[in-house]
Each structure stands twice: as structure tokens, then as C-alpha cells.
Design a protein around this ligand. Structure first.
Ligand code: GBP
Ligand code: ZN
Length: 258
């Protein structure tokens, strides 16, 4: 499978996932449908499925339009997330497939929104798996807790997503990496991986390139929200448990002025 990022709006990403044998394609969060349809044409891809991570307009807001542009396209979204234009509601553990090699597993990752879904996708055995995390997991960060608790975000980040294979590529909903790493550095000033990745992220952005994908392994090294199981990190933020630490790091980030 081939994965193509499509930059949308200010800092959103839509993604095309293309089965190179049948040319069938999935698109994640096509908020600017024309851009996605153009990208599909450019790659000779037939759009068949929309995967919506959550109901916010900057993710689901293109669904009605893409249904007009691509008749017959199916639109998937979380069963309790009220996704605009949704034709097929999904729940944790649901499986879909497309083309010769694309297999999709729906993972309920609530907290940013109640019904947020992340999509874990495997292709041919030579391809690394990929997970599309919307606004639950960002590179070096996580989404704001709009519709859930720290307990739920802990489950989503540190249980569900952390259990995926280490080489899994992470494709998130926004390009927030530089800001997130600048904040991460304030939490863990002595973490060399954060400094290295920040230098790399400056360079990528300076060249107009994305900082996605990351990997589960890299996030375990650099993402403070995914590192709350580490006792050293808990004591740094003055907390005695992973969930408390997650709540506190979120509070610090919400108040951080960059
Ligand atoms: C920035 O850092 O660039 N402009 C600021 C923050 C996701 S988008 C923007 C912001 O708050 N982004 C949201 C977030 O979770 N950020 C994580 C963080 O700052 O650490 N959204 O567009 C946001 O979800 C939205 C849309 C929100 C509809 C509520 C509704 Br309703
Ligand atoms: Zn959102």
C-alpha cells in the first residue's frame, strides 16, 4: 500500500491509502474534498471509502461534498460520534477491507471526542502497519480533552495505541510537531531524543515537508503524554500515578504560552 499525505486548511492532514494492485483507495478525514479527489486522480486511484476519525468540522466537514463528488463512496465514523455524512457506523474492533491487501481495524480512542476512532491499517506483509490517530495522538502530543477524562486518554494512548507494534507508522490529524516538541522539552529538559527530533522537525518544516509519519517507538521516546508510566516523569510533574501525570501534563500544555 502507498500512503499519500494531503495538507488541508491551516495545519490539517487528510491521507490517501492506495492499494497498488487494484488502485482502490481509502481517504482519512477529507476536509477539502477537491484536493483529495485531485490527488486520487494524479495517482490513478479510485476512492471507495472515507474513514472519519471524529466529528469536528475540520475532519468530518468534507464528507457531504465528497459524497457528491464520488457517488457511491462509503463514509465510516464512530457509532457514538455523530459524524457528518456517516453511512456506516463503526465500533471498537470492527474490521473492514479493501482491494487486494488493505485491512482496517477500528480502535475506539475516546477523550478528545466521545466516539473518536483511530484506524489501524495493514497492507502487504512487506509494508509497515500504519495507524491514523486523528486528534487523539499527535507527534509528540495529544488532543485536548474536550469530551472525556484523563482516565480515558490514558486508556487510548497508553493502552490501546501503545499496544500496537513498535514500527507502526503514526499518521495524525494536525501538523503540531514543532510546538509539541518545544513543550515536551520543558517537561523533560534532559531527554536527548526530544532535542534531536526537534532539530529534525525544524529542518523538515523549513523545507516545507511534513513531520508525519512518526512511529509508536519514537513516540514512546519523545511524547510526554505517552511516557506517563515512567516514574521519573511522574515525579517531575509532582504526581503519584500515570493518570494524574497525564492530567497534569495536559493542564500544563493548555496553559503553556509557547
Ligand atoms: C495551536 O497549537 O496551533 N492553534 C493552537 C491549538 C485540535 S483542533 C489549536 C487546538 O486547540 N487544536 C486542537 C488540539 O486538540 N490541540 C492539542 C494541543 O493544543 O495540545 N478543533 O478544530 C480542534 O479539535 C475543534 C473543532 C475543536 C470543533 C472543537 C470543535 Br466543536
Ligand atoms: Zn478535533
Amino acid at each position: 500500500m502507498k500512503i499519500i499525505s494531503v495538507a488541508c486548511l491551516q495545519d490539517n492532514y487528510a491521507y490517501l491509502i492506495l492499494d497498488e494492485i487494484t488502485r482502490d483507495a481509502v481517504v482519512v478525514d477529507p476536509v477539502e474534498p477537491e484536493k483529495v479527489v485531485d490527488a486520487a486522480k494524479h495517482h490513478g486511484a479510485q476512492l471507495k471509502i472515507v474513514l472519519t476519525t471524529h466529528h469536528h468540522w475540520d475532519h468530518a466537514g468534507g464528507n457531504d461534498k465528497i459524497k457528491q463528488l464520488v457517488p457511491g463512496i462509503r463514509v465510516y465514523g464512530g457509532s457514538i460520534d455523530n459524524v457528518r455524512g456517516c453511512t456506516d457506523k463503526v465500533n471498537n474492533g470492527d474490521k473492514l477491507s479493501l482491494g487486494a491487501d488493505i485491512n482496517i481495524l477500528c480502535l475506539h480512542t475516546p477523550c478528545h471526542t466521545k466516539g473518536h476512532i483511530s484506524y489501524y491499517i495493514t497492507g502487504h506483509e512487506r509494508d509497515d502497519p500504519a495507524v491514523f490517530t486523528g486528534d487523539t495522538l499527535f507527534v509528540a502530543g495529544c488532543g485536548k480533552f474536550f469530551e472525556g477524562t484523563a482516565e480515558q486518554m490514558y486508556q487510548s494512548l497508553c493502552v490501546t495505541l501503545s499496544s500496537l507494534p513498535k514500527p507502526t507508522r503514526i499518521y495524525c490529524g494536525h501538523e503540531y510537531t514543532v510546538k509539541n516538541l518545544q513543550f515536551a522539552r520543558t517537561v523533560e529538559p534532559n531527554n536527548a531524543s526530544i532535542h534531536q527530533k526537534l532539530e529534525w522537525a525544524y529542518k523538515q518544516r523549513g523545507e516545507g515537508l511534513p513531520t508525519v509519519p512518526s512511529t509508536i517507538e519514537e513516540e514512546m521516546e519523545t511524547n510526554p503524554f505517552m511516557r506517563v508510566d515512567q516514574p521519573e516523569l511522574q515525579s517531575k510533574v509532582g504526581c503519584g500515578s500515570p493518570v494524574e501525570a497525564l492530567q497534569e501534563i495536559r493542564r500544563l500544555k493548555d496553559n503553556w504560552k509557547g
